[in-house]
Design a protein. Structure first.
Length: 435
């Protein structure tokens, strides 16, 4: 580990693992709202009479406003902090779930998905910023994996669970139920999360002997304004991370929005079993996210392995495993397709927490929110494109083969971004860091 990682970052703060678990629960709830749509595909076709193409656009509606909000959200997070922005955003995404349940038309459903994108936009850049503030670098991979793995676990349990609820009480009440759960999380977050400056002041009031010099430093507000978005967009490391993560998110959203339909239509599995089988790849992804991208990475770094090399190996290697989605192109066997898809999303999941820990390692504290916003903007452009392009390809070719091939091409481009643009995972040299 570089000396810079030790000297520039605060010492571990008490209660940080409780914060990580709280953020993980937030992402779990967050993704219940997202997977609800893919589960409701057939029901929405029946209710509104939409085609696969329209469903592709509906699946992307959320990502459109989500992407548009990423750059301003980064600025808001750096200015107002994770807690204040998080409370407002959680209320908005809760409201969007209830709006989806009540809408009388497909136009209203589009509007509710647009609102959901606005509400959930601060989640990942905000939580990445929170981990950077609460955790030292050698613990960030696993801390990040806790909330990142929750996105995969939400799909693993959310699809069969919400699918069962939908089949029992209908799609409208399933959306209302996720709204209720979101409001419960809002109460937990408002009560349980504090930005580190407040946490340090409270700890100091209880026992001033526990406050270290570095934790006192984090209690002070940032005096620097940080770099502009334009300046950050010119940095090779930021562009490389954004390109690689965009490729990851294309595959992620392809599977998030279309996997139940793929299993049902392409492999002729009945609706209930397609919900159950969808959980298999996401459970595997949850495990690789936590064990490889989280625990293994931190373990090797804490044992003295080169931190940049460990992170880079998992990042590039995991993304390369994503290419295994090509194994599902020609098979008509559900077990074989699930095996290849599980390996693909499992590799990408292992790389994901590494990627989300990088903004706080390549950017100064006052820029982490903006870098996270840039990266997540790239992610959501892919999140917009993947469902729409997949819908058009499936409609035109009656097959998912080219949808999977296109995602593999994008992954190759993303790997090149990690290798040739991101480079060594460290602060840019113009900020005074030593290589």
């Amino acid at each position: 580990m570089s000396n810079a990682e030790h000297t520039l970052q605060p010492a571990p703060l008490q209660g940080r693992w409780r914060i990580a678990l709280l953020l993980g629960f937030g992402v779990l709830v967050n993704y219940f709202d997202r997977v609800n749509l893919s589960v409701s595909h057939a029901a929405l076709v029946t209710t509104f009479g939409i085609s696969d193409v329209i469903f592709g656009y509906l699946s992307s509606a959320y990502s459109l406003t989500y992407a548009m909000c990423q750059l301003p959200v980064g600025i808001l997070l750096d200015r107002f902090g994770v807690r204040r922005v998080g409370i407002v955003s959680t209320f908005l995404w809760s409201l969007a779930s209830f709006a989806s349940a009540l809408t009388p038309s497909v136009g209203g459903f589009f509007a509710s998905r647009f609102l959901l994108g606005v509400g959930e936009a601060p989640t990942f850049p905000g939580y990445a910023k929170a981990i950077g503030l609460w955790f030292p670098p050698e613990e960030r991979s696993f801390a990040t994996a806790i909330f990142d793995a929750a996105a995969k676990f939400a799909s693993a349990i959310g699809v069969p669970l919400i699918g069962f609820v939908l089949l029992q009480i209908g799609w409208r009440l399933s959306f209302a139920l996720t709204g209720v759960v979101s409001l419960l999380f809002l109460g937990l977050f408002a009560q349980g999360y504090r930005d580190p400056s407040a946490a340090v002041r409270n700890a100091h009031a209880d026992d001033s002997s526990e406050e270290t010099a570095s934790s006192r430093a984090i209690s002070e507000p940032f005096t620097a304004t940080g770099d502009s978005l334009g300046s950050l967009l010119k940095q090779r490391k930021v562009l490389g991370l954004a390109l690689g993560f965009g490729a990851y998110n294309y595959v992620f959203y392809l599977l998030l929005t279309w996997l139940p339909s793929y299993l049902s239509s392409a492999l002729h599995i009945d609706l209930l079993h397609s919900f159950l089988y969808t959980g298999v790849p996401w459970l595997f992804a949850t495990a690789t996210d936590l064990l490889i991208g989280g625990l293994l990475a931190d373990h090797l770094i804490q044992r003295g392995w080169n931190a940049s090399r460990v992170r880079k190996t998992i990042l590039v290697g995991g993304t390369a495993f994503g290419l295994c989605i090509l194994g599902a192109v020609h098979t008509h066997s559900a077990p074989v397709a699930l095996l290849w898809i599980s390996i693909s999303i499992g590799g990408l999941a292992a790389a994901s927490p590494i990627g989300w820990s990088i903004p706080s390692l390549i950017a100064r504290p006052e820029d982490v929110g903006k870098v996270g916003g840039i990266v997540n903007f790239s992610n959501q452009v892919s999140g917009i494109a993947a469902p729409i392009i997949t819908g058009h390809l499936v409609y035109a070719m009656h097959s998912f083969a080219w949808a999977f091939r296109l995602s593999a091409i994008y992954l190759v481009i993303g790997i090149a971004g990690y290798v040739f643009l991101l480079g060594k995972i460290e602060m840019p040299r113009e900020h005074g860091q030593q290589g």
